[in-house]
Design a protein around this ligand. Structure first.
Ligand code: FES
Length: 148
C-alpha cells in the first residue's frame, strides 16, 4: 500500500482494514498522533486527509490511499510553526499534553473553513475533542489568537 504522509510517499505492507492510527504510529513511527479511546469518541487521534480532520482510529488504511495525510508533525516545521502551534505555545495551552495534537489538528480544520470563528463556532467544532485536564478556555483563546 502506498500512502502520502506529511508530503512524503511511504510504502507499507499492512492489511487494508488496519486503522490508520496504527499504521502511522506502529508502522511509520509517527507518534504525534495519539491513541485515546479507539472508538471515535475523544479526538486524540485526529489527523487530516486532504486537509479535512478525521479520526484515524476509525479510518481504514486503505481509505487513506490517494489522499494527502497530514499529522501534527507535518502541520508546521520547527522553523516555521503553524499559527496554531505558535498560539498554543504563547497561551501555554497544554497541561499533560496528551490530547493536544488532536486538538490542534481539529482547530486547523476549523480555521481552514472558518477563518474568524466565534466562540460558538469553536465550541461546535471542538466539541468532539476531549481534554481531561480541562484546557478548553486556553484552547479557545489560542484559536482566536491564531485566527488574527
Ligand atoms: Fe480515535 Fe479516541 S482514539 S477518537
Amino acid at each position: 500500500m502506498r500512502l502520502n504522509v506529511n508530503g512524503t510517499p511511504r510504502e507499507i505492507d499492512v492489511e487494508e482494514d488496519m486503522p490508520l492510527l496504527w499504521v502511522l504510529r506502529d508502522e511509520l513511527g509517527i507518534t504525534g498522533v495519539k491513541y485515546g479511546c479507539g472508538a471515535g469518541l475523544c479526538g486524540a487521534c485526529t489527523v487530516h486527509l486532504d486537509g479535512v480532520a478525521v479520526r484515524s482510529c476509525q479510518t481504514f488504511a486503505a481509505d487513506a490511499e490517494g489522499t494527502e495525510i497530514t499529522t501534527i508533525e507535518g502541520l508546521g516545521t520547527p522553523e516555521a510553526l503553524h499559527a496554531l502551534q505558535a498560539a498554543w505555545i504563547a497561551h501555554q495551552v497544554a497541561q499533560c499534553g496528551y490530547c493536544q495534537s488532536g486538538q490542534i489538528m481539529q482547530a486547523a480544520d476549523l480555521l481552514s473553513t472558518t477563518p474568524a470563528p466565534t466562540d460558538a463556532d469553536i465550541d461546535a467544532a471542538m466539541s468532539g475533542n476531549l481534554c481531561r485536564c480541562g484546557t478548553y478556555p486556553r484552547i479557545r483563546a489560542a484559536i482566536h489568537d491564531a485566527a488574527r
